[in-house]
Write a protein that binds this ligand. Structure first.
Ligand SMILES: Nc1ncnc2c1ncn2[C@@H]1O[C@H](COP(=O)(O)OP(=O)(O)OP(=O)(O)O)[C@@H](O)[C@H]1O
Ligand SMILES: [Mg+2]
Length: 588
């Protein structure tokens, strides 16, 4: 409940609209309470006393009150729709900002499907609670209070009879709600699991087909779907207990009111003693009793709404509470440009509780230097690169850029002045131009074309009929692996960074194209720092210096010739790749 109430902070600024809405609702409900009294008047003064005028007035009053009440109710709903939609809108934006602030480490832990359920379904549940749930609760409470007062005013004796039944119904729906509440959280969790499966499957749709695993994946999905089905059914079964029991109690109440009121009326007329109760009053009372039952029924249904919203609220608050594991310094240093000196001082790092992926790294990359990093798969090359723009923070030691600890630098400086081309190429849907201009949306065409030329992407762009407007599908569909890599390199070059880091991004290219791109990059980045990671000696052999990584450590640093002399691993890699003969296109 607390989590749900805390989410009401997103209603800030809607205070007036909410007050207006509930004010209108109060007025509309109060008008609704007048109706039975008008019926009573029409019967007791009209029918019983034979006055058609009284009947007419009664009927006119009923219509007027009903129309007015409907109008007020409608206005109240409108006022609430705006507030609830605004709440949903700002919650979604806030959650999205939150996720955007996540570090790689946070992203490793939160699964995409889960985040999607939270941003869509959970936000909607909470929003609907504000729109419908709160509306119904307020309306029901007003109606119950109003009808109880009206019943006492109409006939205190009958009101005491009703006093037995109303709490009975309250007990009933709290009981049912208690049965169901824990199930709602399980429904959400099952929904998460289903969405994760769906999302991963769709993302890996081609892989599933490539390995002919559709059957297994369909089964996996069916299992998750079945979990959701069973839990939801369970909720439905328990929920369906409520209605028959409710109607039973409600009918019983009517019967008792009729019996007790009817016998009183009969005995009054037999004894000739005019009592307080009249036929009109009995009918009015019965109307009130029915009117009191209706909000009770609504409350019962809404209680489940509340439980559902509570489960969603807890999940949303958990997401809001997630702290980005890499936090920007509160008063960060912003630099317009970097010289490009990068220093690792005793840096160690591990993913979660795993083995050390980096172990006591000491390394200086001089400003303007071209540094190659080579090492077997899993030796920690990508991890090392990710620490420079603070995708992760080291567990021990520190990373320095231009003599400033990266923890003191603004994200903006780190990530726009340093361009890291990730090992896994990610392109967005759009055109080739959109993708290359991603980090430099205002760059003139000439600059984008230059960047494309550096990455040797111009060749295929110009050859394709639509040129720069060649559409790129989801995750780069429509382009070959090598084309994607070249677009990704061009994207980084177009951003005009002071430091570029290429994480094995020429792996899909033929040796000749690869060599041209590296040469272009050396020329383009003359005076700027470039770090080139690869498993191939040929990719990095002309770098100023080369670092050899082995099992999370830096084994040696030197030029190609020096390493051939001093580092046996490097020599072996070189010999293996040269031995195969074909321009060293084999990997380690
Ligand atoms: N996100 C992650 N979560 C957990 N462990 C990871 C993660 N990324 C990498 N690792 C582990 O850290 C170690 C170093 O991985 P890293 O990606 O840095 O290697 P690499 O040298 O870049 O390899 P490759 O040449 O294959 O790209 C590996 O043992 C790997 O399993
Ligand atoms: Mg890697």
């Amino acid at each position: 409940m607390i989590a749900l109430l805390r989410l009401f902070r997103f209603l800030r600024g809607s205070g007036r609209a909410l007050a207006l809405s509930f004010g209108l609702l109060l007025a509309s409900t109060a008008l609704g309470l007048v109706q039975p009294r008008l019926i009573e008047m029409a019967i007791d003064r009209g029918i019983e006393e034979g006055s058609p005028r009284a009947i007419l007035w009664g009927a006119a009053g009923i219509i007027l009150a009903a129309v007015l009440a409907a109008g007020l109710n409608l206005a109240s709903g409108y006022a609430l729709i705006r507030s609830s939609q605004r709440m949903g809108y700002s919650m979604r934006n806030a959650l999205y900002r939150k996720v955007m602030g996540f570090s790689f480490e946070n992203l490793d832990r939160w699964r995409t499907g889960e985040l999607m359920v939270r941003l869509n379904s959970d936000v909607n549940t909470v929003r609907m609670f504000v729109r419908m749930g709160m509306f119904i609760i307020v309306q029901s409470v007003i109606m119950i209070a109003g009808t109880v007062v009206a019943m006492y005013l109409t006939d205190p004796g009958l009101a005491r009879v009703m006093a037995v039944f109303m709490p009975l119904i309250l007990i009933l729906f709290f009981g049912v709600a208690n049965l169901i509440r824990p199930l709602f959280m399980r429904v959400r969790i099952a929904l998460d699991a289903l969405n994760n499966t769906l999302q991963e499957n769709l993302a890996g749709a081609k892989l599933v087909r490539a390995f002919a695993r559709q059957r297994e994946e369909i089964d996996k999905f069916a299992r998750r779907n079945r979990d959701l089905f069973i839990i939801s059914m369970n909720v439905g079964y328990k929920l369906s207990l409520f209605f028959p029991l409710f109607f039973l109690i409600a009918q019983l109440a009517t019967v008792v009111v009729l019996w007790s009121g009817g016998t009183t009326l009969i005995s009054e007329s037999l004894s000739g003693a005019a009592g307080n109760l009249t036929l009109g009053k009995l009918i009015a009372f019965n109307n009130y009793a029915t009117m009191a039952m209706f909000p009770l029924l609504m409350l019962g249904m809404v209680l489940n709404f509340v439980s559902m919203a509570m489960a969603s609220a807890i999940r949303l608050e958990a997401l809001f509470a997630e702290r980005a594991s890499v936090q920007e310094h509160p008063a960060p240093r912003r630099l317009p440009s970097l010289r490009g000196e990068i220093r690792f001082e005793g840096v160690s790092f591990r993913y979660g509780k795993g083995e050390r992926a980096l172990d006591d790294i000491h390394l200086v990359v001089h400003a303007g230097e071209k540094l190659g990093i080579i090492g077997a798969t899993g030796s920690g090359k990508s991890t090392l690169a990710h620490l420079i723009p603070r995708f992760y923070d080291p567990e021990q030691g520190s990373v320095w850029v231009d003599g400033i600890n990266v923890r003191d630098l603004a994200f903006d400086t780190l990530r726009t002045r340093i361009a890291l081309v990730l090992q896994e190429t990610v392109l967005f849907s759009g055109t080739v131009r959109d993708n290359i201009a991603f980090a430099a949306p205002d760059a003139p065409s000439a600059e984008l074309e230059h960047a494309a030329a550096v990455a040797c992407a111009d060749e295929f762009i110009e050859l394709s009929p639509e040129g720069w407007n060649t559409p790129v599908g989801q995750r780069g569909a429509g382009l070959s692996g090598g084309q994607r890599q070249r677009v990704a390199i061009a994207r980084a070059v177009a951003a005009r960074p002071d430091v570029i880091v290429l994480d094995d991004v020429t792996s899909s290219l033929d040796a000749a194209t690869e060599r041209r791109i590296i040469e272009n990059l050396y020329r383009e980045f003359q005076g700027r720092t470039a770090i080139i990671i690869s498993q191939k000696v040929n990719t990095i052999r002309h770098a100023d210096r080369i670092a050899v990584m082995e099992g999370g450590r830096i084994a040696d640093v030197g030029t190609h010739e020096e390493l051939l002399r001093i580092n046996p691993t490097y020599r072996t890699i070189h010999e293996t790749q040269a031995g195969i003969g074909s321009e060293g296109s084999a990997s380690v």
